[in-house]
Write a protein that binds this ligand. Structure first.
Ligand SMILES: [Zn+2]
Length: 567
């Protein structure tokens, strides 16, 4: 009985093995087992080194010192060497072509790791040359300080003059001085652009921009259509707003509208809206501790950031990188912010923005494999950052978090709505310039780029090029060199921020009035973001995550409704 039973089981087992073999199941299991082994070895190398790279780069950004930059770029080269290994790439290719990796999380990891190797299948010397150039450019940006009338100025100083100065001659010299960095870095950037294109072509892409988009799961054609659609949506409204801006600025500087130059727009690039409505947000922040406000706010919505603040470097220092960023050091909760806080609305926005990135990193799902423990896409983390950054100009948020009176909040409701709308329109037109310039530059780096830059600024921002100007003003914008083909993600981030705001207001807070929401003290907002946006990480392609989180794929609908009116 006993023996017989064993025999029957053995027979069934044997049959199962034969059936499975015919169905090729053991091959699949075998391939998945092999891939798991590959993953184990990959993570053993990449996980600790990525952390070292992040730490070294954060340190270099603080100090600006040669030795720190050398260490950082050395580690980055080591990391890229791993993903440039042709033998391992061949293995990945075999896994992909074999079609046997079916378990969803394994398959997703395979796709992502494959792309990260593909990008680096270029000769080591070529890669090293690019990283060295990039580091060299980065360092030039870090240490460059504009000279205005014999005085050394930081970016903050320049922006201050452009915002508050009244004398056209002074504005002109500050603006021009800020563009001097363009001349310092342009030859390096051009060399880098050509190297990037050469690598992309070796890998079978038309150029570097096309490669960047495709490798980040964005379709170049679809993206261009979306930018065309946004151009159409915003053009008429922007033409009207631009007249308001010009009328206001001409009055302010005592000029005719036709006499306005790019330095009259209160910002180096006209990427931020000039203050033309009677609301001065800076007064609310001038004696406030912006870091403490951020700490309290995020804790109130269930996203505590005390540990993030403790690890961050938040104030100006000589030699320090002057832009702001958040870094996910280890995908295990260590997220840090670098910035140069001053008590004004710009920096309140920036702090809320950067901590938005940090909470996305911090509240990830540690159960997910390391490779998938990252934002669904660069722009989905921008969306979270923008969602919170926008509150710096919201009367409801100022009332709840900064303590302005209800009457004051009511008084500024209309002008601040106008200001936010203006900000979005101005930014949206500027993002068009960046997206189209980069596309054009990678298509043909030998064209007259100085001219191309101004053609686009004239077309989309309605700015007038200063007469006879022939300078590499495009090169002064740090993103062109160091965060290539990324800028469009900021605008996509705005679209998604509006979509998320709508969803949170209607579905999570169950109210119709989005404008009076500040989320203050509403822990269900943090809960929703953790569960629906942060924890999924890269588990699904970005549009699937958005659809699961909001019930719709990415759409310009809510952005248009919020800022353009109609639809
Ligand atoms: Zn950001």
């Amino acid at each position: 009985m006993q023996v017989k039973l064993v025999f029957v089981f053995s027979a069934i087992f044997l049959l199962a093995v034969i059936v499975a073999a015919v169905a090729k199941k053991p091959v699949a299991a075998g391939a998945e087992k092999d891939f798991r082994k590959f993953l184990g070895e990959y993570e053993a190398k990449v996980v600790p080194l990525s952390k070292e790279v992040a730490l070294a780069s954060f340190q270099a950004s603080i100090s600006g010192k040669d030795e720190d930059f050398n260490r950082s770029s050395g580690l980055q080269i080591q990391l890229n060497k791993i993903t440039s290994d042709p033998g391992e790439f061949a293995q990945l290719k075999a896994f992909k072509l074999g079609g046997q990796i079916r378990e969803p999380l394994l398959k997703r990891q395979l796709d992502i790791i494959y792309d990260s190797y593909l990008e680096n299948q270029i000769p080591i010397v070529q890669m090293e040359e690019m990283i060295k150039l990039q580091t060299q450019i980065e360092q030039k940006f870090n240490t460059f300080r504009a000279q205005v009338d014999g005085k050394t100025m930081t970016d903050n100083d320049i922006e201050e003059i452009l915002r508050t100065g009244k004398d056209s001659r002074q504005l002109e010299s500050a603006w021009k001085a800020s563009k001097e960095i363009g001349r310092v870095v342009a030859p390096d950037i051009l060399q880098l652009v050509k190297l990037r294109n050469a690598s992309a072509r070796q890998l079978g892409f038309a150029n570097f921009q096309q490669m960047q988009l495709k490798l980040s799961e964005q379709d170049p054609q679809e993206l261009e259509s979306l930018f065309d659609e946004l151009d159409t949506l915003t053009r008429a409204g922007f033409i009207n707003l631009k007249k308001d801006i010009d009328g206001f600025l001409a009055g302010k500087y005592g000029l005719e509208m036709e006499q306005l130059k790019p330095w009259h727009y209160q910002n180096r690039y006209f990427q931020e809206a000039p203050v033309i409505y009677p609301v001065d947000l800076d007064v609310y922040y001038k004696d406030k501790d912006l870091v403490e406000i951020s700490r309290t706010y995020y804790a109130g919505i269930g996203l505590k950031i005390d540990d993030v603040i403790a690890g961050s470097d938040l104030f100006e220092k000589p030699g320090k990188y002057q832009h702001a960023f958040s870094s996910d050091i280890d995908r295990s909760g260590d997220a840090r912010v670098l910035c140069s806080v001053k008590p004004d609305s710009y920096w309140m926005n920036t702090l809320l923005h950067e901590f938005g990135h940090s909470v996305y990193s911090k509240f990830n799902d540690r159960q997910l494999p390391w490779t998938l423990r990252d934002a669904a896409h660069a722009f989905t983390t921008e969306a979270i950052a923008n969602l919170f950054g926008r509150f710096a100009g919201s009367p409801a948020w100022l009332r709840d978090m900064v303590g302005i009176s209800v009457a004051e909040a009511e008084r500024i409701t209309v002008p601040s709505r106008n200001a936010l709308r203006l900000q979005q329109m101005v930014f949206s037109r500027w993002a068009q310039v960046m997206f189209r310039f980069e596309k054009s530059m990678y298509e043909n780096p030998d064209q007259d780029l100085n001219r191309r830059w101004w053609e686009l600024a004239e077309k989309y921002q309605l700015l007038k090029m200063p007469e006879g100007r022939n300078e590499p003003d495009w090169a002064a914008k740090i993103h062109i060199a160091l965060y290539p083909c990324y800028y469009h993600n900021y605008l996509l981030g705005e679209l998604l921020a509006s979509q998320l705001l709508h969803h949170i207001t209607v579905r999570v807070l169950k109210t119709a009035d989005g404008e009076s929401q500040s989320f203050t003290g509403r822990t269900e907002v943090g809960r929703y973001l953790i569960d629906s946006v942060f924890k999924p990480g890269m588990r699904w392609p970005w549009n699937e995550m958005i659809e699961r989180a909001t019930g719709e794929k990415l759409t310009a609908k809510y952005y248009a409704r919020q800022f353009v009116g109609g639809r």
